[in-house]
Design a binder for this molecule. Structure first.
Ligand code: SF4
Length: 489
């Protein structure tokens, strides 16, 4: 199937890619591994979430059937995405909302900025939303003189700390309580100087800080977890109630949504409302689930704008082997089980989408060349696939992206790995070459002591930085075979 084109959108648009100034994964991961506090924070937090998730998932005898249903609904929706998006637009419009189409980050930011400006507001309150991070909305608004205030506690910590989120669900997972208290004391201005680092005290400080913003906000900005095509209903799930404040108190609500979030019907939503809370926060049901359909006179926002964002999604959809990455419901279960993520954290990925799904989504949305090292940021152990509530085969997607990277790289200067493989291929092609190579390799015995080589010369020196190499055998298998059995030469 070729990529669908919505309302004149070109395919393969590009938006904000690898975060500006971010180091490639190998460099950033090495730095993160040296931060023992970060590793402790991450290890503790992911172990807690993993245990909670395992307990509530274990309660459901039909968990595997639910996963299969979620996967099938997503596959069906992606195969008919054009139809469901047009239905969603019709329904939102019929109920008093306005739908905007954005082909990339620049266009989405311009639309949102113009909409906020039209209200005369210079401030907006925000519900936690990864898609607005993806397009760099806060920075675009700031450039236009509009302050976007994050209201989710973890996002607030990240914003006040002039930091970046490091987890899809728990953006400040890399911070511990003492660090959060220090940020609040330094940045909030109106906070009690005797603030302790107890969770209750920190939460209360954030509530007081945010209350004034909620009550004075004219504009709310959100993402969306789901949109239901049959009625034009939007859905945001969150666990603090701040989202509901943003979605109901301001006069104008602007929702930015990736086009892959649409679902055909309410019956489909029922499946995801079972899968998502258990997979993300390890809860049986989500604490605050807000849904709205267009505009209701005298109740809630009186102006509703829905910005439907492509930003590389139709290009991902055009890749039959990779499009299942668009099934992701951003639960973060794959992050919490990933041994690589647990050790290096989210910042090392240099993308707003960290962890296993980030290693897939970022290259798919913004191009493999922009994120060349991410498909390799995995041990391919398969834990992410096991945990994913919509059964995205992340390891296979990573291998697929590695292949694309190799293909895109063909024609450039060969890598040391490619040179080594070509040499090995030449040697292995003829028994006489292999025998000559083995005889030459035997010279390595000169470097060995007690049967081990502790330091190899360049360019092989890296191998022995953290391990010994065995000394080459005094006799090859063929020589041994000839001597004992009179085997083939
Ligand atoms: S890939 Fe699966 S497990 Fe990972 S965030 Fe997306 S839905 Fe959750």
């Amino acid at each position: 199937m070729s990529a669908p084109v919505y309302l004149g959108m070109p395919t393969a648009p590009r938006g904000v890619g690898h975060l500006r100034g971010a180091d490639p994964f190998p460099v950033a991961a090495r730095r993160a591994l040296g931060d023992s506090q970060l590793r402790r924070n991450l290890g503790r937090a992911t172990a807690t979430i993993r245990a909670k998730r395992a307990a509530v998932v274990g309660e459901l005898p039909d968990w595997e059937e639910l996963r299969a249903a979620g996967s099938a609904i997503k596959a069906h929706t992606m195969a008919h995405l054009d139809r469901y998006l047009e239905q969603l637009e019709e329904q939102v419009t019929a109920r008093g909302g306005v739908v905007h189409w954005a082909r990339d980050a620049v266009e989405a930011n311009r639309i949102v900025t113009d909409l906020v400006r039209a209200t005369g507001a210079t401030e907006a309150v925000k519900v936690k939303s990864i898609v607005t991070d993806e397009i760099g909305l806060n920075e675009a608004l700031a450039a236009a003189g509009i302050r976007a205030r994050e209201t989710d506690l973890a996002e607030l910590i990240v914003q006040l700390g002039h930091d970046r989120p490091s987890h899809i669900l728990v953006p400040a997972i890399h911070r511990n309580r003492a660090e959060i208290r220090d940020i609040f004391l330094r940045e909030m201005g109106d906070v009690d100087p005797g603030l302790t680092d107890s969770p209750a005290a920190l939460t209360e400080a954030a509530r007081l800080h945010l209350r004034r913003a909620f009550l004075s906000a004219k504009v709310g900005i959100s993402g969306a977890n789901f949109a239901i095509a049959e009625t034009g209903t939007l859905c945001v799930v969150e666990s603090e109630g701040n989202g509901r404040m943003c979605l109901t108190l301001p006069d104008t609500l602007i929702t930015v949504m990736g086009i892959e979030k649409v679902l055909p019907s309410w019956a489909d939503l029922g499946v995801f409302m079972q899968l998502l809370p258990r997979s993300s926060t390890g809860e049986r049901m989500n604490p605050y689930t807000s849904m709205w359909t267009g505009v209701t006179p005298g109740d809630g926002p009186q102006r509703f704008h829905l910005v439907l964002l492509d930003n590389g999604r139709t290009a991902a959809l055009a890749d039959p082997a990779g499009r299942s990455a668009l099934h992701c419901i951003r639960c973060s279960a794959c992050l919490n089980v990933c041994p690589v993520y647990e050790r290096v954290g989210g910042h090392a990925y240099g993308s707003v989408y960290p962890g296993p799904i980030g290693a897939v989504l970022s290259p798919m949305l913004t191009g493999v060349a922009d994120n060349a090292s991410l498909p390799y940021a995995s041990s391919l152990c398969g834990a992410c696939y096991e945990a994913c509530p919509v059964k995205i085969d992340i390891p296979s997607l990573l291998v697929h992206l590695r292949a694309r990277h190799v293909e895109e790289d063909a024609g450039r200067l060969p890598s040391p790995e490619a040179v080594t493989m070509a040499a090995a291929s030449w040697v292995l092609a003829k028994p006489s070459r292999l025998a000559a190579g083995q005889r030459a390799g035997r010279l390595g015995r000169l470097l060995s002591r007690d049967g081990r080589i502790r330091r190899l010369p360049p360019p092989l020196a890296g191998w022995t930085v953290a391990r010994d190499a065995p000394a080459p055998a005094a006799q090859t298998f063929r020589e041994w075979w000839r001597a004992r059995e009179g085997g083939p030469r």
